[in-house]
Design a protein. Structure first.
Length: 474
């Protein structure tokens, strides 16, 4: 594990860093820094002598060159939407905000690529792709504020991973500033480049510990001409798993999203969301939000209707409704995306982002629910997530009327219980949120020793002075 930074920066050193970006883009006032130092859940609160907001790759390189020379650690940050504390400075490191690197450098519909800087907001990238009749399929609940650099640094997943894969699957090339200030000019649009090690994969998912991603060539896809969305009621996760197989059999590659939600998710969202309604007329123990997309303009609705009818015939589906308009579809997705936020209103929530083999999801949910209830009797598991890729957000809300602080103090106990069920099924303790600081100390208990040794070796080789994001991941 990296040793925490303890040295106080001298005024002269701060002045040298400020000179790189200009006083306008350096933040030293604690009140102005606050937005950079608290993550969305409020679990982590950092501190820093200086927030730097560079406006170019060259400025990032100059900052890291100076940091390396002075031995001053730096914590990179995108949109500050991370959920495991990876973007927060805890020991007085300089915070490097990449939000000003917000240019879309190039859109090439013929090559189906778009070159974005790290600070481009995900939703902005999606809109730019749509403007040239293309799709950038990465889609997250935080897409209105998370950034491309953060998405790639954490290897974000999201609701379309079933069809398009996770963030690392959507990248052709990267531009990266290394810890010593050198710039790797790895931006290219090539699908075939067999000239040695695939270096870009070192930096995606590394959470800013090996280099700072400053730009990326992203893959685009033809924009779908038809989309069909349905909210489905079911009796169990087993029925949902069988329906997933049926959807993939009938719709093939047109199946783009398959989201599983327990009934409690719907109850929380309807109770606390503005204008949210129960999607079906009757109550069901489980639900699936399924979406099909196609380049063809006709026929997709028939596929959805026939698939759902077959699901009913086989006893998998107990009720379903298809979106009749874009607003109806958007209402379905607003409900799904509000589930995580809705838990705030129910008191403390211990949240885990895990994955297991798809076939093991029903058994995992059952076993993890029993394990959680043994740790804190009366707790309320709120499982939901991306069934199509085995990624379940196994969140556990406090018992009704319980003391929030006392409940959250059981975070480690709850995590141990849930992770045991994940590992028993060959799963991962982090599916799409990363390791950061939250799961750093747990990693040696679950990672293959050789893999962990290789990770530490790469860190030592690329960042021998431990300049970048010390104390995170490894």
């Amino acid at each position: 594990m990296n040793k925490p930074f303890r040295k106080t920066l001298a005024a002269e050193q701060i002045a040298r860093f400020v000179a790189i970006v200009g006083e306008r883009h350096a933040v030293t006032d604690p009140a102005e820094q606050e937005a950079f130092l608290v993550e969305p859940r409020g679990l982590y609160h950092g501190h820093t002598p200086l927030v730097l907001r560079p406006g170019s790759t060259d400025e990032v390189a100059a900052i890291l060159t100076l940091a390396s020379a002075l031995g001053v650690p730096v914590v990179p940050q995108g949109g500050n939407t991370g959920l495991v504390g990876g973007q927060i400075p805890f020991a007085g490191e300089i915070l490097l905000s990449l939000k000003r690197l917000d240019r879309i450098r190039d859109i090439d519909p013929a090559s189906n690529t778009m070159t974005c800087e790290a600070g481009v907001v995900l939703q902005t990238a999606q809109t730019a792709a749509a403007a040239v009749d293309r799709l950038f399929p990465l889609s997250l609940g935080a897409e209105g504020s998370c950034t491309i650099g953060g998405n790639l640094s954490t290897n974000a997943g999201g609701t379309a991973a079933l069809a398009y894969g996770v963030a690392r699957d959507l990248v052709l090339g990267l531009e990266v500033v290394l810890p010593d200030g050198r710039i790797w000019h790895g931006l290219n649009k090539l699908k075939k480049d067999n000239t040695g090690y695939e270096l870009k994969h070192l930096f995606m998912g590394a959470e800013g510990t090996l280099g700072v991603i400053t730009a990326a060539v992203l893959k685009l896809f033809p924009a779908p001409k038809s989309v069909e969305t349905a909210f489905v009621g079911l009796s169990s996760p087993e029925a949902a798993l069988a329906l997933l197989g049926l959807v993939q059999e009938r719709a093939g590659g047109n199946a783009t999203s398959f989201e599983l939600l327990a009934r409690i998710c719907i109850e929380f969202a309807v109770e606390h969301g503005i204008g949210m309604r129960d999607p079906l007329a009757s109550i069901h123990p489980w639900y699936v939000l399924v979406e099909l997309s196609s380049g063809g303009r006709t026929g997709l609705r028939d596929v959805m209707e026939e698939t759902l009818a077959l699901g009913i015939e086989r006893g998998l589906v107990t009720d379903a409704v298809m979106a009749e308009s874009l607003e109806h579809r958007n209402a379905f997705w607003r409900l799904r995306e509000f589930v995580s936020d809705a838990q705030r209103y129910e008191g403390g929530s211990i949240k885990q982002d895990v994955s297991v083999p798809v076939a093991a999801v029903p058994d995992f949910i059952r076993a993890a629910t029993e394990a959680a209830e043994r740790v804190v009797p009366g707790c309320r598991p709120v499982p939901f997530g991306h069934l199509g890729d085995g990624n379940i957000h196994f969140n556990v809300s406090q018992p009704v009327g319980a003391d929030k602080a006392a409940y959250l103090a059981r975070w480690d106990d709850m995590s141990d219980a849930v992770f045991a069920e994940v590992l028993a099924r060959g799963g991962s303790i982090s599916a799409e949120h990363g390791i950061g600081v939250m799961k750093r100390d747990y990693l040696p208990r679950v990672k293959d020793p050789v893999a962990l040794d290789l990770m530490r070796t790469l860190k030592a080789v690329l960042d021998p002075k431990s300049i970048l994001n010390p104390g995170k991941v490894v």
